[in-house]
Design a protein around this ligand. Structure first.
Ligand SMILES: [Zn+2]
Length: 441
């Protein structure tokens, strides 16, 4: 068989695999149905907004008070200057292939908004249709911010003022059976602050007033995580600080707790380190997967260094029983993630988001990683706010995975049966095994 015939065969087989998607931030069907999701809203909640910022269309331009049709014309002008990126390709594929609306750059405001408004209003029925078309069986969902404290943390992390009072959907309240909740644990690492403890009470119903009580609660939380409806825990602390977590004495955490809002930056850092090590230990004891954001930040968070996978070396080495899922393969420090997944039995390689950040690099990275990292440790996720985006991210993933596997068969590197097993493992079986899911989750 020619390489292109092999590609077509594999691509069809990959389409038949019912995907277990390890990471999303999905808006819930009921929220979509309530929203006025015009094209401007849609673009602002997709990754393309970062490429727009990159070409000079940022917060100030979005904030200008001008009629929506005129604003859309300005956005299109900026979008045209991003038309080479994978983020743009995602938007274009949604409009061309999923919505059947044609070239996004040729649509006026009403034509571009009509499909997104119409589909969002359908709520659950539209979600079912997109999840079925993508052939996603279930998605692990982290909603990020759901309490006032978490919104404060988000704004503070971006250096923006926060006037208080925001709350959002929590993943355990999605009421959509194909979404499996993940608990974002960032606020726990700030519980030396009274307002973070208020967030803990709001989120999980626990009132703690001492470090002892906080530790007791965490020791109870991790073993009961599944009963509480969560499939794993996730840290996004890489958005707020570097990832160089170090082992700390309990007295250091105690000092931060006593200092509260007056804790020095060093005391705060020691507290965060202490809680992350405690959570890692408890995750290991309870068999909970610890997901960690590594690498690039998005949605206007300041660019930084110090959050590549290598920063987590000590945490991973000191907690060998804890399974860490390294998100985004640490892009742009992807080889650190691959080396750690190869060397450390407790580190796993997640391609989530990577395939939409840089499709070509994701393809080369996967091709080369398959010579180094056991395929049974690699998973995929969309990392999206909209189900439509996840459909597009998965199309891109299936396309590049089929190209990689076809090349490997064509070159005689792997046989067809191994490629079949690897495709199914990366899109489905590895996630089921890593996260301990039912096959019909
Ligand atoms: Zn994410």
């Amino acid at each position: 068989m020619s390489n292109s015939a092999t590609y077509e065969t594999i691509r069809k087989e990959l389409q038949q695999i019912s995907v277990v998607d390890t990471h999303e931030h999905f808006c819930f069907p009921r929220s979509a149905a309530r929203s006025h999701r015009d094209i401007l809203t849609m673009v602002q909640n997709m990754y393309i907004v970062d490429d727009l910022r990159s070409v000079g269309f940022g917060a100030r331009e979005w904030g200008e008070d001008i009629p929506a049709p005129q604003q859309w014309e300005r956005v299109k002008g900026a979008l045209a200057r991003t038309a080479n990126t994978t983020y743009f390709k995602v938007l274009q594929r949604i409009y061309r292939e999923l919505f059947g609306a044609g070239n996004i750059l040729e649509l006026d405001y009403d034509a571009a908004s009509a499909p997104s408004l119409e589909h969002a209003a359908q709520g659950t029925a539209w979600y079912d249709a997109v999840m079925d078309r993508a052939n996603i069986q279930c998605s692990l969902v982290d909603k990020g911010q759901s309490t006032d404290f978490e919104y404060w943390l988000l704004y503070n992390g971006k250096g923006l003022p926060y006037s208080g009072g925001l709350t959002g959907d929590a993943p355990e309240t999605s009421h959509y059976p194909r979404f499996l909740p993940i608990l974002r644990i960032d606020f726990l690492a700030y519980c030396y602050m009274p307002r973070a403890r208020k967030g803990l009470e709001d989120r999980l119903g626990a009132r703690v007033q001492t470090l002892d009580e906080l530790e007791d609660f965490l020791r109870e939380l991790l073993p009961t995580l599944r009963q509480r409806g969560f499939t794993g825990i996730k840290s996004c602390l890489g958005y707020y600080r570097d990832l160089h977590f170090l082992p700390r004495q309990r007295a250091e955490a105690e000092a931060a707790f006593r200092a509260g809002d007056s804790a020095s930056p060093e005391q705060a850092r020691a507290f965060q380190d202490y809680i992350i090590y405690l959570l890692a230990e408890l995750a290991g004891q309870s068999g909970t997967v610890f997901e960690i954001h590594t690498g690039l930040r998005c949605f206007g968070s300041p660019y930084t260094t110090g959050n590549g996978p290598h920063e987590l070396t000590e945490l991973a080495n000191r907690n060998p029983q804890t399974r860490f899922d390294f998100f985004h393969s640490g892009w742009p420090w992807t080889w650190q993630a691959a080396a750690m997944a190869k060397s450390l039995p407790n580190v796993y390689l997640s391609l989530n988001w990577l395939t939409a950040i840089n499709e070509t690099q994701a393809e080369h990275y996967l091709q080369e990683s398959l010579d180094a990292v056991p395929f049974s440790k690699i998973t995929w996720g969309g990392d999206c706010f909209y189900v439509e985006e996840a459909w597009a991210h998965l199309e891109i993933m299936r396309d590049l995975l089929a190209r990689v596997l076809a090349e490997r068969i064509g070159s005689g590197h792997f046989d067809a049966e191994l490629c079949r097993v690897m495709g199914r493992a990366i899109l489905r079986d590895n996630a089921i095994r890593l996260y301990g899911l039912e096959k019909d989750c």
